[in-house]
Design a protein around this ligand. Structure first.
Ligand code: GCU
Length: 624
């Protein structure tokens, strides 16, 4: 009897359980992918640009996800209450920050929803990736109402495999972009630059075969100037190999690397993970340098895929206190920049902005630019390759960061990996920087040590650096640069503002810079503020004459520093900063530029230009 009663109650429970399941289970939400490994060199692949005017919704209370804006519903045809309509909503241009496109968005920090509808025709045996050059700061991408992927970090690209979500005919992409600042972000709460939000760089679809060339590195072999080495990694290969090995064990995927101008054609076999390594002599290769920015057309092909690129071959290393470019000591005549457009407000992007900004650096007589404080648009680093400017590239581990939070370290490593992966084939880039002006605490040292280790593991061909303002200033006339971080670096950057934040320009006349480290130094920042067109005595702050005075004394003092191997004064152009509020002078701009935000060259511009002319002519290195 007992047994029957038990059976009956189990039956009852089962029926009850069934009763609760709604009739039609909503299709399980696809797990949101995190972006897949970066596709190397999307510019030379088969792409469909999604740049242009995107419909937008300003979601200041961040309720759009709850309201399912990603479904892009049409109020006219949808059942129930729909309180948005992208098709009738105002647009914002992509690429572009939202702050400079509408006056009411200048100070806006929060979420903006972007929608773009387009027709698409998937090809057979093809995978299609969604790619964004950058979205500041955190982005969530939906395709045809389905969640695709999320990305955090405002200055590096990401791509996600959208093959299964795209369909024949009409499609739409919805992206929520949020740039609210948090203490555990990178950068953190109060960077000295404008928090430009939005889809700030190119957005596109990238089509590749099922097994495709995912990433590659083609550089001079470390320490050589006549041998090229590297690797090519296929994606999707493992599957192919497996099926191949079942059928014909011996078959391996062959990769071909061709440099037609050098009559080089090399083959290499991909291993089980789809990676092929190669090394070969290239005795006739012309080395890339600022004086001769020689780029070679490269063609990489696998059975199903091929990618071409333009690559400059140069070697970069440190020997004692010297930085050697192609085996010869080089002095870095530089300028530091922010990625702001040259002749209009807002973030710079694309070839034209890059050409103008780097053109100004060239006019100064530079052979080097420090791209502060975050990775710039790929158009910029490729333009540096073409125009012949050596590059310092940096991740925005700027001043105060939540050093003890392991999640924050992961974010920094992710940004470092994305920066190095995207630009590993750019000959112009010689320095990866892991931090700027962070206080020398044990937590910071441990954090940056991890970053340096990560950078070296990702790229053994370039130099690792950082910009420090951690020094002793025992008196008005001396600086001792002893930040423990330097022990980890190949080259160190010093940010010092003698004549502006401390002391006077004249203090520099008998000034000593020393360091316990036997390493080359770049003065990665010095300078002072001046409002273009404001003139007065050289002792009068905010005038062009005061800024000019700082430059004259700084340059005279620095050329005497025995371990100095480069300078990159702060900064090429006045830039927007929420920290700079002196009315009638700063008005929201950091005025340390040598050029004003409207392109006016200040007196100090010509002081630096003259110094670089002399330095280049004498090819002097420090005071050697
Ligand atoms: C710092 C910092 C910059 C800042 C500059 C300044 O050194 O690295 O990001 O803008 O000083 O104070 O102008």
């Amino acid at each position: 009897m007992e047994y029957i009663r038990l059976l009956y109650s189990v039956l009852l429970l089962a029926i009850a359980g069934l009763a609760q399941t709604p009739a039609r289970e909503p299709k399980p939400e696809l797990p949101t992918q995190s972006p897949v490994p970066l596709l190397q060199n999307v510019f030379h692949r088969h792409t469909i640009s999604l740049n242009g005017d995107w419909h937008t919704i300003i979601d200041s209370h961040d309720t759009g996800a709850g309201r399912r804006y990603y479904l892009n519903a049409n109020p006219a045809t949808s059942s129930g209450v729909v309180e948005y309509d992208f098709s009738a909503s105002p647009t914002l241009r992509v690429p572009g920050d939202w702050n400079s496109q509408r006056p009411e968005l200048l100070l806006y920090e929060g979420t903006v929803w972007y929608e773009n509808s387009f027709s698409y025709h998937p090809s057979a045996n093809t995978r299609t990736f969604f790619y964004a050059g950058a979205a500041n700061y955190r982005a969530h991408v939906w395709v045809n109402g389905e969640s695709l992927c999320e990305h955090e970090g405002g200055f590096t690209p990401f791509n996600c495999d959208a093959t299964s979500l795209l369909k024949e005919g009409e499609n739409f992409v919805v992206i929520s972009v949020n740039d609210t600042r948090h203490s555990d972000d990178i950068p953190s709460l109060a960077p000295d630059w404008w928090n430009y939000g939005g889809l700030t760089r190119d957005v596109m679809l990238v089509e590749v075969p099922q097994t495709f060339i995912e990433d590659y590195s083609v550089q001079l072999e470390r320490g050589s100037t006549g041998r090229i080495a590297g690797w090519v990694r296929l994606s999707g290969a493992a599957a192919a190999q497996e099926s191949a090995s079942q059928k014909t064990a011996a078959r391996k995927i062959t990769i071909t690397i061709r440099i037609p101008e050098l009559k080089i054609s090399q083959e290499a076999s991909a291993d089980a993970n789809g990676t092929a390594h190669f090394a070969f002599d290239a005795p006739k290769v012309q080395l890339w340098s600022p004086e001769n920015p020689k780029l070679y057309g490269i063609e990489i092909a696998s059975e199903a895929d091929s990618v071409s690129d333009e690559i400059g071959f140069r070697s970069i290393e440190v020997r004692g206190l010297d930085i050697l470019l192609n085996g010869k000591p080089v002095f870095l005549r530089g300028i530091t920049m922010h990625e702001e457009a040259p002749n209009r407000p807002g973030r710079a992007h694309g070839d034209d902005d890059a050409r103008v900004l780097l053109g100004w650096a060239k006019d100064l007589g530079c052979n080097f630019v420090r791209l502060a404080h975050y990775p710039y648009d790929e158009h910029m680093t490729r333009m540096a390759d073409r125009m012949g400017l050596l590059v310092w590239s940096e991740i925005p581990v700027w001043q105060a960061i939540d050093w003890t939070n392991p999640k924050v370290l992961e974010k920094a490593k992710q940004q470092l990996t994305e920066m190095i992966t995207r630009d590993r084939n750019r000959g112009s880039i010689i320095l990866w920087s892991v931090t700027n002006e962070s206080r020398a605490t044990p937590e910071r040292n441990a954090f940056t040590h991890e970053l340096v280790t990560t950078a070296r593991a990702l790229d053994a061909t370039r130099l690792i650096t950082a910009a420090t303002n951690q020094f002793k200033h025992p008196d008005q006339h001396s600086i001792v640069v002893d930040d423990p971080l330097i022990a980890d670096l190949d080259v160190f950057g010093l940010n010092e503002y003698v004549g502006w934040y401390s002391g006077t320009a004249a203090d520099l006349d008998n000034f000593s810079f020393t360091t316990p480290y036997n390493k080359p130094m770049i003065v990665s920042e010095f300078g002072g503020e001046a409002k273009a067109g404001t003139h007065g005595a050289a002792s009068q702050r905010w005038t062009e004459e005061y800024q000019e005075e700082i430059y004259k004394h700084q340059l005279a003092a620095l050329r005497k520093v025995p371990f100095l191997r480069g300078i990159a004064p702060w900064v090429l152009k006045d830039f927007r900063s929420p920290h700079r509020q002196l009315p009638g002078v700063q008005d929201g701009y950091n005025r340390k530029g040598l050029v004003s935000e409207t392109g006016v060259r200040k007196k100090a511009f010509f002081v630096l230009q003259q110094f670089y002319r002399e330095t280049a002519a004498q090819n002097t290195v420090g005071n050697k």
